[in-house]
Design a binder for this molecule. Structure first.
Ligand code: KG4
Ligand code: ZN
Length: 338
């Protein structure tokens, strides 16, 4: 382990997580307590229940992360916390806890944007990534294309004008009766289906910008399900594969357009939807054909985790971008750095 050593905390949504990350982005421990069982019966996250669960689990999760890494609190050089965006009640639990601990240990506090955390999760397993790069950020709450010239110099080329890609998966998953979140289940069903069975619309692909839209596609899929209410298992698999293909294609077309326009050679997939096998495959094929370095984190660093917050925090530590103890959480969507 090489110093500085950062304890990172992530409570922006429904997972309580803590991790220890050193200056080389080596992860000494990465603990996640999932609330899936709490929210499952509601078919989505209940914000009030999420914050109450975070309060119950944050202390044991942090203690376990320290214990697994074999680190004492006094060995820590900084505390990092995701402070925006997310569910405000959930964020506040992590932010308040981190502020208290940083104050008592007299170490700097680092506020991390959750979305930037997803992007910089890529550095954990690929430590030699070079700027500039393009990142396709696809999670349950966000979808966007970001051109990074350095850690704190980036341009958001486009984002979703309505639903996020993960939301598009989860809402249709709910109609199909899959457990929450639906994304991984649709991915699994799609493997047994033919993606060319149903021709869903590819929203906004002809628009001359980098924005995405998924609500029209979602409505088309909902109508299809209404009209075909007794599908066989194979038909359901074909539906899942066709729907997934429409999401993946609209992400793929805009992303490759940006790579070509800005003459970039590195693409980072980030966020929970980067776990999707069809998305990975289409970009893998594109990358090897066009000599584009394609990177995505392994599954445990794709979906919400605290190690990614620690990785982004190491950049901020180097730049001495510390937060003051009046740091507040913010639910506002976007890549705003605090
Ligand atoms: O990044 P993440 O863990 O949380 C947010 O910050 O939103 O992303 C969660 C999202 C969910 O919408 C989930 O359905 C989606 O990632 N997801 C997937 C897959 N694994 C997770 N979507 C499609 N295919 C997957 N294999
Ligand atoms: Zn996330």
């Amino acid at each position: 382990m090489q110093k500085p050593l950062i304890l990172a905390i992530e409570t922006s949504c429904d997972d309580t997580a803590a991790a220890l990350v050193d200056v080389n982005f080596d992860v000494l421990s990465n603990v996640i307590s999932s609330q899936e069982e709490v929210h499952e019966r509601y078919g989505g996250i209940v914000p009030e229940l999420a914050s109450r669960e975070h309060i119950k689990t944050i202390v044991p999760v942090v203690e376990l992360a320290l214990e697994k890494a074999g680190v004492k609190k006094n060995d820590l050089d900084a505390l990092a916390v995701s402070a925006n965006p997310g569910l405000i009640g959930s964020l506040l639990v992590g932010v308040s806890f981190a502020k208290g601990l940083a104050y008592s240990l007299k170490i700097p506090l680092i506020a991390v944007n959750h979305i930037l955390g997803h992007v910089f999760a890529n550095f954990i397993e690929n430590k030699d990534i070079m700027f500039p790069f393009l990142s396709l950020v696809v999670s349950g709450g966000h979808t966007g294309l970001v051109h990074f010239r350095s850690f704190d110099d980036f341009t958001i080329l486009g984002k979703t004008v309505d639903d996020a890609a993960g939301e598009a998966f989860d809402k249709i998953g709910k109609l199909l009766g899959t457990p929450y979140p639906g994304g991984p289940h649709i991915d699994k069903m799609a493997k047994k289906g033919n993606p060319e069975t149903i021709e869903f619309p590819l929203p906004m692909i002809k628009h001359d910008n980098y924005d995405f839209s998924f609500s029209g596609l979602k409505t088309a899929a909902m109508l299809y399900l209404k009209e075909h209410n007794s599908m066989t298992e194979q038909e359901l698999h074909d539906f899942a594969a066709s729907y997934q293909r429409a999401i993946v294609m609209s992400l793929f077309i805009k992303t490759t357009k940006a790579i070509e326009q800005f003459k970039l050679t590195t693409l980072l997939l980030s966020g929970g939807v980067a776990a999707n096998s069809a998305l990975r495959k289409i970009f893998k094929d594109y990358g090897s054909k066009n000599n584009i370095k394609l990177l995505y984190p392994s599954l445990e660093y794709c979906t919400d985790n605290a190690a990614m917050i620690g990785a982004a925090a190491q950049f901020k530590y180097k730049l001495r971008k510390f937060a003051s103890l009046d740091l507040n959480a913010s639910p506002i969507k976007g890549l705003k750095m605090l």
